[in-house]
Design a protein around this ligand. Structure first.
Ligand code: GLA
Length: 333
């Protein structure tokens, strides 16, 4: 059986480092894609990539996906270990996404592969959960934001996403604004201890004041540790910014939407401490550009990309990203 799948990357408009505490985020799938195509059958999952010298050759009973070589094959192995497909696959993968650039190239690959191997795509939330579990098996301790954006994307819309229930509301991205994404050129290392450390700090704060998802700012004074208090303050204020951003976008109040983007960046920089000099510099340069409503780092931070909301054509040397449909099977014969 021949199958071809297309799977988009994502940019998170607002709501970072909220997903793993069951908070809110507003990502959109974008018009940069990964394609997976090939034949189902055989007793290994073999995938070649134009970007990688060695193919991924994964046995259907692979035991330890995080130890597989070459390193990129761990994603393939994670999907195989999670889905345990009855038959193998022999195919290829290609992408227009910058790999490791903060636009969820890994989630695009994992969701695309899962569909190519036969995962049920009819319920995007269930697919996203499985793909998050697949990434965890491959050694990446991520939340569910990226997989959900990739699986559930709606053309022309961002998703107001509840990361606890995975309920999502498509919010139209208006035609009279541009969403632009600029790469800082700094490679992120998600598996790095800093991401796991932030997660642990959020859990420690939640032990004092209860789930951050429902906690109010008044609870913060009960957290004695100053660092944990700042981490929790970021998450609590960011959840509110997501709600406010959705309202601003819906009502066409782009100035307010831009201010929320700026405030999100400051919170990620000061309270959550996941920005870098280069990201701050890029955000500052964008804010100084006429027609830019607001800008922030997007995704995990520690490098990667910034996102900005602008008047159409305000940053003419880059092509705006467009909100795209989620991952889907293009042909199956
Ligand atoms: C990475 C993770 C996501 C999320 C973001 C930060 O992209 O994969 O799950 O935690 O960082 O919002």
């Amino acid at each position: 059986m021949t199958v071809e799948v297309t799977s988009p990357g994502r940019v998170n408009l607002i709501g970072d480092h909220t997903d793993y505490t069951g908070g809110l985020a507003m990502p959109m799938a974008i018009d940069l894609h990964t394609r997976v195509w090939g034949e189902r059958g055989g007793d290994t999952v073999t995938v070649r990539s134009a970007l990688e010298e060695a193919p991924a050759v994964i046995a259907l009973d692979v035991a330890d996906p995080a130890a597989v070589q070459p390193a990129w094959a761990r994603y393939v192995a994670g999907v195989v270990a999670e889905l345990r497909p009855a038959t193998g696959f022999d195919g290829q993968v290609a992408t227009t996404l910058p790999v490791g650039g903060g636009l969820s190239s890994s989630a695009a690959l994992v969701v695309g592969l899962a569909l190519a191997l036969g995962a049920d795509g009819s319920d995007p939330a269930a697919l996203a959960r499985r793909c998050q579990a697949a990434e965890a098996r491959s050694g990446i301790p991520c939340g569910v934001l990226d997989q959900m954006a990739v699986a559930a994307g709606v053309e022309g819309h961002a998703l107001l996403l509840d990361c606890e229930t995975l309920a999502f509301e498509p919010v139209p991205v208006p035609g009279d604004v541009d969403v632009i994404v600029l790469d800082s050129g700094e490679e992120r290392h998600l598996a790095d201890s800093a991401y796991a450390e932030r997660r642990a700090q959020c859990e420690a704060a939640a032990e004092v004041i209860g789930p951050l998802r429902t906690a109010g700012l008044d609870g913060l004074e009960r957290i004695e540790d100053e660092l944990l208090r700042r981490r929790a303050r970021h998450v609590i204020t960011e959840n509110q910014r997501v709600r406010d951003f959705a309202t601003a976008l819906r009502s066409g109040d782009y100035a307010a939407a831009g201010e929320l983007l700026d405030a999100s960046h400051e919170s990620l920089r000061i309270d959550f401490e996941v920005s870098t000099h280069r990201l701050d510099h890029l955000v500052g340069a964008l804010r100084d550009t006429g027609g830019v409503y607001g800008a922030r780092l997007t995704g995990a931070g520690f490098g990667g990309c910034v996102v900005a909301l602008t008047e159409p054509g305000a940053v003419p040397w880059t092509t705006p990203v467009r909100a795209s449909a989620g991952a889907h099977v293009v042909t199956m014969t």
